[in-house]
Design a protein around this ligand. Structure first.
Ligand SMILES: [Zn+2]
Ligand SMILES: [Zn+2]
Length: 216
């Protein structure tokens, strides 16, 4: 049984949005719908997906600006986030203003349910996804890990990038915490785990262990 992962960068800051679905049941999870909601909704309808959850690696605006519009068109989908980033989600207007991005606050839908550290999210019959709380880039930053015999994938948000790590100078960011999160929660994953970060190119755990200057 297979899972299908579609990843593409979305407006306005090129956040990698992923749509993860079970080939058999068509159940799906959307990760970080930062924008381009029409493109996301088109993929969902073209593939007949049943989106159960819309989840976020964190609540910076570039990972959430498409959330409300996507959720509005997919009845029954739950918007989920770690509770430590709720304050950021509740202040998307301030975030957008700080970055000079226009956004209409009337459209923001509330979070339905908080993501918990070590929680397992079901992906139809194919696989499971574990929530890993990795504070540092923001207080409620999380990563999502799929570890099975067939798949080893990590959605690392803005915590870990190919050859770099997330910035810690934004609201609630903390350098000591991000380093601790990466070293204690991510580096034990299998070397061949494919990393799909919040921005930019993919990597694998082995390369980051070996070459990422922030980890060595
Ligand atoms: Zn961020
Ligand atoms: Zn980002």
């Amino acid at each position: 049984m297979a899972i299908v992962i579609e990843t593409f960068p979305v407006y306005p800051l090129g956040c990698n949005c992923s749509i993860v679905s079970c080939e058999e049941t068509k159940e799906a999870i959307i990760v970080d719908p930062g924008g381009d909601e029409n493109k996301i909704l088109q993929y969902v309808s073209e593939n007949n997906l049943k989106v159960k959850q819309i989840i976020h690696t964190h609540a910076h605006f570039d990972h959430c600006l498409g959330t409300s519009n996507v959720a509005k068109h997919i009845p029954g989908s739950k918007i989920r986030l770690h509770k430590d980033d709720l304050e950021l989600y509740d202040h998307l207007d301030i975030q957008c203003r700080a970055f000079g991005i226009h956004y209409d606050m009337d459209e923001v839908k509330p979070i339905d349910d908080f993501l918990e550290d070590t929680e397992i999210l079901s992906l139809g019959k194919s696989s499971n996804m574990e929530v890993i709380h990795t504070p540092g880039h923001s207080p409620g930053s999380v990563c999502f890990s799929i570890q099975s015999s067939e798949y080893r994938i990590l959605f690392s948000g803005d915590t870990l990038f190919a050859g770099s790590i997330g910035r810690t100078d934004l609201w609630g960011g903390d350098y000591t915490s991000i380093i601790k999160s990466i070293k204690t929660r991510l580096m034990h994953l299998d070397d061949d785990t494919v990393i799909i970060p919040g921005h930019g190119e993919k990597s694998v755990i082995y390369n980051e262990k070996k070459y990422n200057p922030y980890i060595n």
